[in-house]
Design a protein around this ligand. Structure first.
Ligand SMILES: [Zn+2]
Length: 166
């Protein structure tokens, strides 16, 4: 189904502030945070990191079911054909959980909370024209995710994050 619009069942993500994200996703500085908040999502299609197959992705448990909905939507739109998925750019995983600042900033990246995912990083660097298919972008947007390709200043087209504007 075409789904550029927000799905009726889309989750309400926290605002993109440290306070709101810590309340919803937990504080990644906590000693037990990884054990309490991280879980694994197994995509319906094959995914690769640096061309090596990965069986599952480590993500914040709060995004797990939504991310699986996104992946299933892509899988269905591609008629369960791995080659078609590969052509959308969705199977080229660029990372999720990674405690680090935003490039060129003192603020923590949303990857620190494991609520952001990068896809096809090699061809979707800052301010590049995206190579990701509309199928991928629309599937995330239907779940209320924000796409870095829509950022006003430095566009980040590989990047999707489960937050709403602060
Ligand atoms: Zn990213």
């Amino acid at each position: 189904m075409p789904n550029a619009a927000l799905a009726a069942s889309a989750p309400l993500w926290p605002k993109d502030t440290t306070v709101a994200k810590n309340a919803f996703y937990g504080d990644f500085h906590g000693a037990k945070w990884q054990a309490q908040y991280l879980t694994r999502v197994t995509p319906p299609f094959r995914m690769f990191y640096d061309k090596k197959p990965i069986p599952s992705l480590l993500v914040n448990r709060k995004i797990a079911s939504s991310l699986l909905t996104v992946f299933n939507e892509i899988w269905n739109e591609c008629e369960h054909d791995q080659k078609k998925v590969d052509a959308t750019g969705a199977s080229d995983f660029g990372g999720c959980f990674n405690i680090r600042p935003i490039a060129g900033s003192n603020n923590w990246s949303n990857h620190s909370w494991a609520c952001a995912i990068d896809l096809s990083p090699g061809s979707n660097g800052f301010n590049m024209k995206t190579t990701l298919s509309r199928v991928v972008i629309d599937a995330f947007k239907a779940e209320g995710w924000r796409w870095g390709g829509d950022y006003k200043n430095r566009r980040d087209p590989m990047h999707f994050e489960a937050v709403r504007p602060a």
